[in-house]
Design a protein around this ligand. Structure first.
Ligand code: GLP
Length: 244
């Protein structure tokens, strides 16, 4: 789905999310959403906040699970995805505390395996995700599933690619402070979502969008594996569509 701009694309995705939340609320059901961070979903979250404040969209029946978090990192660090989600969304809507989940970057290393297994179990316990929102890294990563990630992978501790650390270095005082590790939902965790929407904006995403949509489905471009998902769409702006 190609929109003239990131703002218009984000508004369209926000409308889809609002419709899903309302449909579930009308049926007295929870709506389980997978959330992403990075610069890509900023307009989407701003629009969801606007829908809450101006159009009465309630998030009381919403449960969310975030894709990833740096490791190690304190939740109030400037670059933490915990902080990002609170600043951009959770502090401004009526989602009850305890209904949003973001991987914890402070878990002691010897407990991470169990913590990650429990994260997947918590998603399963609420019936799986109705909709997963994704961005895309320049190397095709989704969440922090870097090239080579197994399609059957679960939530786990991963080593970040150097290219990812470089791409995200702008968030940190210098490159040496970019964490080398992260906790990410696995590809199988993401694939279990009923629907997936990947968003990409800007000319710097044009090449990887093209490889993901028109190239072979390969673990060397994790987003291209989404070709195998039964209900996935890419919502992009004109600039990101330039190579299609
Ligand atoms: C980050 C995140 C991803 C995100 C991607 C793109 O490293 N882990 O979830 O989709 O890279 O980031 P941006 O949206 O800033 O382009």
């Amino acid at each position: 789905e190609i929109h003239p701009s990131a703002k218009e694309g984000s508004k369209a995705v926000a409308q889809e999310i609002a419709a899903l939340i309302r449909e579930k609320a009308a049926a007295n059901q929870k709506c389980v959403l997978g959330m992403a961070t990075g610069s890509t979903p900023k307009y989407l979250y701003a629009e969801l906040v606007r829908l809450h404040k101006e159009e009465g969209l309630s998030f009381k029946n919403v449960i969310t699970f975030n894709l990833d978090e740096y490791y190690p990192i304190e939740p109030d660090a400037l670059q933490s995805y915990n902080r990002f989600m609170k600043e951009h969304l959770f502090n401004h809507i009526d989602i009850p505390e305890g209904q949003y989940h973001i991987p914890d970057g402070t878990i002691p290393k010897d407990q991470i395996k169990q913590y990650c297994a429990d994260y997947d179990k918590r998603i399963e316990a609420v019936g799986g995700m109705d909709l997963q929102i994704l961005g895309i890294g320049n190397n095709g990563h989704i969440g922090f599933n870097e090239p080579g990630s197994n399609i059957n992978s679960h939530t786990r501790l991963v080593t970040l690619d150097n290219s990812t650390r470089l791409a995200n270095a702008y968030e940190f005082p210098n490159m040496s402070q970019v964490p080398r590790l992260a906790i990410t939902m696995g590809l199988s965790t993401i694939f279990k979502a009923q629907r997936v929407i990947l968003m990409a904006w800007g000319s710097h995403k044009a090449k990887i969008v093209c490889r993901s949509v028109e190239g072979h489905s390969t673990d060397q471009v994790p987003a291209s594996l989404l070709q195998q998902h039964s209900n996935c769409k890419f919502v992009i702006d004109e600039q990101a569509s330039a190579e299609l």
